[in-house]
Design a protein around this ligand. Structure first.
Ligand SMILES: [Zn+2]
Ligand SMILES: [Zn+2]
Length: 278
């Protein structure tokens, strides 16, 4: 079954996300559980949590994934920011578990001059210090690689995961097509896609890829710039997405779009992906 949805808002109560997902034609989805550009983590009441769980299961909506706040940086050499990031992540992960959501995704962070090695060690160490419940997988998202951000290559993601006490038992990856393209991973031909998946399999293992962010890119290949575009209307293009979402190693992974919020909306993008699906 094609699992495809979008990032939806929880304003008015987390249970509203289920309705919003259904309205745009999605059957899985992503949410923030706090303010994406702040440190505050929501604390929904038990009736709201119960409604979310019940409406999701009754309507067959899932798996859901929680996206972390953008402020966290586990790679930072600054102890106070590292501590604050860990604390916020722990709260978000606990809430993810309470909501019955199996996945939580975060950006590995930026080393801000401390060096790649130090940055990777910081992330691994801080991940080891988290208390990850058995029913949640914490996923690292690949990045476009701008500045000192980490996680632009599969190798960096692997090193972070292998350096943590949790390893693949509680950790995994979520790949974003726009970020891969901007970081220099092309998938416009069967051959390039095969190369990409071979590298992924060698480094991380396809079974440790749990979720996909499907976005086109406003900027060109290897630009290291992260700006999303509607599916088929950016530099990646429709045919690349057709190859990508139908590949036997990817077609059973849940996918969400994080395309621009304008008059086209998520409904248009979900419909486009369904049209491209074989
Ligand atoms: Zn993200
Ligand atoms: Zn992005």
């Amino acid at each position: 079954m094609f699992r495809v949805g979008a990032h939806v808002s929880i304003s008015g109560g987390v249970e509203k996300a289920v309705e919003r997902e259904m309205e745009i034609g999605g059957n899985c989805g992503q949410i923030f559980v706090g303010s994406p550009r702040g440190w505050a983590v929501g604390s929904p009441g038990s009736s709201s949590v119960e409604k979310f769980r019940k409406m999701s299961s009754q309507n067959g909506i899932g798996p859901w994934i929680v996206h972390s706040t953008y402020l966290i940086n586990l790679a930072t050499p600054k102890e106070d920011l590292g501590k604050k990031s860990k604390k916020a992540m722990q709260k978000e992960i606990d809430l993810t578990s309470r909501l019955g959501i199996p996945y939580y995704v975060f950006h590995p962070g930026a080393h801000t001059g401390a060096g790649i090695e130090t940055g990777i060690n910081n992330i691994s160490k801080r991940l080891s210090g988290l208390d990850i419940p058995d029913d949640v997988k914490v996923l690292l998202e690949n990045t476009a690689g701008k500045g000192t951000t980490l996680g632009k290559t599969f190798s960096e993601l692997r090193r972070i995961i292998e350096g943590s006490d949790y390893g693949y038992r509680s950790l995994g990856v979520c790949l974003d097509t726009c970020h891969m393209y901007a970081a220099g991973y092309g998938f416009g031909t069967e051959e390039s896609l095969r190369g990409l998946l071979d590298e992924l399999d060698d480094e991380i293992g396809i079974e440790n890829l749990h979720y996909l962010h499907i976005n086109d890119s406003k900027y060109s290949f290897s630009s290291q710039k992260d700006e999303h575009e509607h599916i088929g209307e950016g530099k990646i293009g429709e045919e690349s997405f057709r190859l990508f979402i139908n590949h036997s190693k990817l077609r059973n992974k849940p996918m969400v779009v994080e395309t621009p919020v304008d008059e086209k909306g998520f409904r248009w993008n979900i419909k486009k992906l369904k049209e491209l699906r074989n």
